[in-house]
Design a protein around this ligand. Structure first.
Ligand SMILES: [Zn+2]
Ligand SMILES: [Zn+2]
Length: 135
């Protein structure tokens, strides 16, 4: 575990958490592409009770792959995609590595929804890869 700090682009939202940044889930699903405005989401799970957030997040809810609501939290001022959570894993929050103060500490642990990955995108890592969600 490491202490991870981060925040949004404008600074209105700041967080700190105890997390293991060495097993990042890289999600290529279309919803993550939309939410991040980028090629994929890089995700690190943290226990909510090991996470402190300063500032107010806005939340967008949509059905996740399992059909359960997926909550996506972002800064209402600058729009930075901060975190996700699902009712399927209560007590957990998933942080978006792009908002870390030092994203270089993160290492990929697995790729999911690889069948939606942009064709020119290849991660240099020997990690499990799933065409869709892992079972
Ligand atoms: Zn902001
Ligand atoms: Zn996704």
């Amino acid at each position: 575990m490491a202490t991870v700090t981060g925040g949004c682009l404008c600074g209105a939202v700041r967080y700190s958490a105890e997390a293991d940044p060495t097993g990042v889930t890289v999600c290529h699903c279309l919803d993550c592409q939309k939410f991040t405005g980028s090629a994929f989401a890089a995700l690190v799970p943290v226990q909510k009770d090991a996470l402190t957030i300063k500032g107010t997040l806005k939340t967008f809810s949509s059905p996740g792959g399992s059909g359960n609501p997926l909550l996506r939290h972002f800064c209402p001022e600058c729009g930075s995609s901060i975190a996700e959570e699902t009712a399927r894993r209560p007590g957990m929050m998933v942080l978006n590595v792009g908002t870390f103060d030092d994203p270089q500490i993160a290492k990929p642990g697995r790729e999911i929804f690889r069948d939606r990955a942009w064709p020119w995108l290849h991660l240099e890592a020997d990690i499990p890869r799933f065409a869709k969600a892992p079972s």
